[in-house]
Ligand binder design. Structure first.
Ligand SMILES: CC(C)(COP(=O)(O)OP(=O)(O)OC[C@H]1O[C@@H](n2cnc3c(N)ncnc32)[C@H](O)[C@@H]1OP(=O)(O)O)[C@@H](O)C(=O)NCCC(=O)NCCS
Length: 148
């Protein structure tokens, strides 16, 4: 598996991955394109066997990193792609001297909650009825260690 910067030619695959996960907020190709104009924005692809199998987007807003979107192709779930993408986000965070990573996740998204808990994220808040005016968003944060 290769984690690399996303390219415009990945966006159709990213949109197809989003479509595999009903209810997950989709950016579509246009949304990924728009991020190219945001200089704080980083989009990465997880490539497996030459194809884009997952993506992550985050904003580096020092001292904070905001994780905006993360999804993996259903054919490649539980192979460590999301963990690898998240691991690369943490590398960017450390290089940019960021102190915390923040994200929002649907309270019913058990897979994502398990992933983030395993990576040391903690619950710091809740937004009721955030998704489709029904499900709450949980606000999770990972505090990064200070390095000498
Ligand atoms: C959540 C998601 C990104 C996980 O992707 P993934 O590549 O399958 O995750 P990984 O293989 O890296 O899993 C890492 C750990 O997360 C946890 N995890 C992942 N999927 C899980 C599931 N379905 N049930 C329980 N735990 C799960 C496990 O602890 C797993 O470690 P393990 O496989 O050694 O047990 C994927 O299910 C997805 O794309 N979901 C739809 C989009 C989404 O909800 N994104 C999250 C946005 S907040």
């Amino acid at each position: 598996m290769l984690i690399r910067r996303a390219r415009p030619s990945d966006y159709p695959a990213f949109a197809a991955i989003e479509a595999q996960h009903p209810g997950y907020p989709a950016w579509g190709e246009k949304g990924f394109e728009a991020e190219e104009r945001n200089r704080n924005s980083v989009t990465l692809a997880a490539e497996i066997d030459g194809a884009a199998a997952g993506f992550i987007n985050f904003w580096i807003l020092r001292p904070q990193v905001q994780l905006n979107t993360l999804a993996v192709d259903k054919a490649f779930l539980r192979r460590g792609a999301a963990s690898a993408l998240l691991g690369k986000l943490l590398e960017y965070a450390a290089k940019n001297l960021c102190r915390e990573v923040d994200l929002e996740v649907n309270e019913r998204n058990a897979a994502a909650l398990a992933l983030y808990r395993a990576r040391g994220f903690e619950l710091v808040g809740k937004r009721p009825k955030f998704y489709n005016n029904t499900d709450a968003a949980l606000l999770l944060r990972k505090t990064l260690p200070l390095k000498d």
